[in-house]
Design a binder for this molecule. Structure first.
Ligand code: KIV
Length: 295
């Protein structure tokens, strides 16, 4: 681990801080918005230095980092712990905290208070929550408190039990119309952007055209205003399953196994640590020591 310089400053120098207004301007100019999830300091640092627009501390961390079967067990405290680490790594990306299951559904007061915790305790700049018409009051109240809200429609993982599994949404004319209505309602309620997950590309394209706020697609085709992936899927780090819409850019799981196996082999063969990894003692000090204690 190098401690010789501050690696977070140089590569992001000159990049302007991304805000919700930056995203809107990008949509208006027809430029694509990039978003990835991060749950820790080194990943946030690398994504920020690569020039990502938005970092989402997604509740997907429950599955890809904490090993839960779905996102439902994730708590506010778990989310805030990871948000703080991400906030320490990122300089310019817009930081969004994902409101976990039951942090915004019980009452509007709780929704506002928990959204506020993401900013006050987690170092985030906006929150994301799932749902359509049933979330309008919460979105109004949270934005009314000065906290930007990103919506999330289509496959909403916190409703996995209502949806009957992790299935694509909006595949009938009626369902697609409901999605469009919900999107417009969320925009009217004050959302600054909207994630569309696992919906037909043509439907996502229509929604993206009808909305003035940017849509961010995941499994929603090329017609959205931006794209997001779960970073552990993109890196090949989550082995349990890979959704159809994921493009794997690396095989980090395989690379980790290779490195761990090589370490075990080195230890067993006594080929690590070598002289270059060891601390030396001055010859005079060594002789004095041996003279004192013997071999
Ligand atoms: O939790 C998450 O990572 C998400 C993304 C899939 C958008 O909600």
């Amino acid at each position: 681990m190098s401690t010789s310089s501050n690696p977070s400053s140089a590569p992001t120098q000159g990049r302007r801080k991304v805000t919700t207004k930056t995203l809107l301007a990008k949509k208006q100019r027809g430029e694509m918005i990039t978003m990835l999830t991060a749950y820790d300091y080194p990943t946030a640092l690398a994504e920020d230095q690569a020039g990502i627009d938005v970092i989402l501390v997604g509740d997907s961390l429950g599955m890809v980092v904490l090993g839960y079967q779905n996102t439902l067990p994730v708590t506010m405290d778990e989310m805030l712990h990871h948000c703080r680490a991400v906030a320490r790594g990122a300089r310019t990306a817009l930081l969004i905290g994902d409101m976990p299951f039951m942090s915004y559904q019980v009452s509007i007061e709780e929704a506002v208070r928990n959204a506020g915790r993401f900013l006050q305790e987690g170092g985030m700049e906006a929150v994301k929550l799932e749902g359509g018409r049933e979330r309008i009051e919460a979105v109004r109240a949270i934005t009314g408190a000065g906290i930007p809200v990103m919506g999330h429609l289509g496959l909403t993982p916190q409703s996995v039990n209502m949806l009957g599994g992790f299935k694509p949404q909006g595949k009938t004319a009626a369902a697609a119309q409901l999605l469009l209505e919900d999107s417009l309602s969320l925009e009217q309620a004050g959302c600054f952007s909207l994630v569309l997950e696992s919906v037909p590309a043509k439907v996502a394209q229509v929604i993206s055209t009808r909305l003035s706020i940017p849509t961010i697609g995941i499994g929603a085709g090329i017609g959205c205003d931006g794209q997001v992936l779960v970073t552990h899927d993109l890196l090949g780090l989550f082995e349990r399953f890979t959704p159809k819409f994921v493009k794997k850019y690396a095989d980090f799981h395989g690379e980790m196994r290779r490195a761990f196996t090589a370490f075990i082999d080195d230890i067993q063969a006594r080929s690590f640590p070598g002289a270059e990894h060891s601390v030396e003692i001055d010859e005079t000090e060594w002789r004095e020591f041996i003279a004192a204690v013997g071999h």
